[in-house]
Design a protein. Structure first.
Length: 427
């Protein structure tokens, strides 16, 4: 059979394309985010788990925090039950961002944190309604003595005639026409003022940080010294943050400037009130009644301390911020702020950074290419170890126990991933 020419096209070998060089650096690790003073991470986990390992420490001080967290945590969440001083902050070797789950951040040395290159954030917009409602609840209890009357009934006291009621409710006052003095007209102070006006209070406030004219837009009366507010108020309610300038704002001297028989409510910070001076004023009758949701030493112990056995005193356990809705909301917002910080840029990407003025270029912990470097440029996670016989407790979600971790040889089958950015960020 004769050979016929082939109808197939001649084979042409495909050009050889050289592969990219195989990197020899370590695999990118998952950053570690720790809840320092709590045990429940169920709300934070869905927001952070796709890029971070979330751990809880349940600590009351840094001495109880596991060495792995001190060495490797890049983000920290905390409530108000743990304090981070300069010495405490220096124990953290990789920390970039601290988020206070709530409004007040007086339990963190923000200046020291900034000097160490750690951003500190808070969540100021949450629980405004809860704290304002709780404040009004306490004010109404002081004026109408509901708390004490309810306890009398619970204890079995019988009210047979008007004289019994008069004796039990002695000190109850009419609200309409009285003056409520608000110290600090921020979000919560304003919310309290709007509620109190409905009950018939005349509202005055003292806040040296607000611009002129705010009183006209709200229909309130402004005073320009604390002394004027104390002198004019039948009830004083504190709604300012705590700092080095207003510690013991209410003290022996300022109590003497208050109207005799005035009421005092504090749902802001315990350090605003000198409890020794307050106890003396309650026992002397100079202050008619007091309601405190916050205390100098927490958790508050009613059986000890200067307020022990004080009459006409209502104490609640720093719970004015709480509702089933607010606790979820503040935790979600705090986790969101951590996510923004670690996946974006610090401090530009943060929504509520409170120590920007202390964060200096070149001192921020991170890569030299930028203020905080690429979002996943963290050091590899090391094996946990301790120099003490009894290791502090830590529970880590989605991370095997350090003893079960087998170190992997550094390798990669892909080029280094490009740096990506996403968006950044409770009372």
């Amino acid at each position: 059979m004769a050979n016929l020419p082939s109808s197939k096209r001649p084979r042409v070998d495909a050009p050889v394309i050289p592969r990219a060089a195989i990197g020899n650096g370590p695999l990118q690790p998952r950053p570690l985010v720790a809840l320092l003073d709590g045990r429940d991470c169920s709300v934070e986990m869905p927001i952070l788990k796709d890029f971070a390992t979330v751990a809880f420490c349940d600590a009351q001080s840094t001495t109880e925090i596991h060495e792995k967290v001190l060495n490797e945590a890049v983000g920290a969440l905390l409530w108000h039950t743990i304090t981070l001083s300069k010495e405490d902050l220096e124990k953290f070797k990789s920390l970039r961002i601290i988020v206070r789950i709530g409004t007040g951040y007086d339990n963190v040395d923000t200046k020291a944190a900034g000097n160490l290159g750690i951003a500190v954030c808070n969540i100021p917009g949450v629980a405004v309604e809860e704290v304002a409602d709780s404040t009004m609840c306490l004010i109404l209890n002081l004026y109408r003595r509901t708390y004490w009357l309810a306890n009398m009934v619970k204890e079995g006291k019988k009210f047979h005639n008007p004289e019994n009621v008069r004796d039990a409710a002695q000190g109850s006052a009419r609200i309409r026409g009285d003056t409520l003095g608000i110290v600090g007209l921020g979000r919560i102070g304003t919310a309290v003022a709007m509620r109190a006006k409905v009950f018939g209070f005349s509202i005055i406030f003292f806040d040296p940080y607000l611009p002129d004219g705010i009183e006209k837009s709200l229909g309130l009366t402004r005073v320009y010294t604390l002394q004027d507010l104390l002198f004019q108020s039948d009830c004083v309610s504190l709604h300012c943050s705590l700092n080095e300038h207003n510690h013991h704002l209410i003290n022996e001297y300022t109590i003497k400037q208050m109207r005799p028989g005035a009421f005092l409510v504090n749902t802001a910070r315990g350090g605003l009130v000198d409890e020794v001076a307050l106890a003396a004023a309650l026992k002397d009758g100079r202050i008619r009644a007091v309601a405190l949701d916050v205390h100098e030493n927490e958790p508050f112990n009613a059986s000890s301390g200067p307020l022990k056995d004080c009459p006409n005193l209502i104490c609640t356990p720093h719970a004015s911020w709480y509702s089933d809705a607010s606790i979820t909301e503040v935790r979600e917002m705090a986790a969101g702020e951590v996510r923004r910080g670690l996946m974006g840029r610090i401090p530009e990407g943060l929504r509520n950074c409170v120590n920007k003025e202390y964060l200096r270029m070149g001192q921020f912990r991170g890569d030299a290419a930028g203020l905080n470097g690429p979002p996943f440029g963290f050091a590899p996670l090391a094996l946990a170890h301790s120099t003490t016989a009894l290791e502090p407790h830590i529970a880590v979600a989605s991370l095997p126990h350090p003893s079960a971790v087998t170190p992997q040889p550094p390798h990669s089958t892909l080029p280094d991933p490009p740096v990506s950015k996403t968006e950044s960020d409770v009372h």
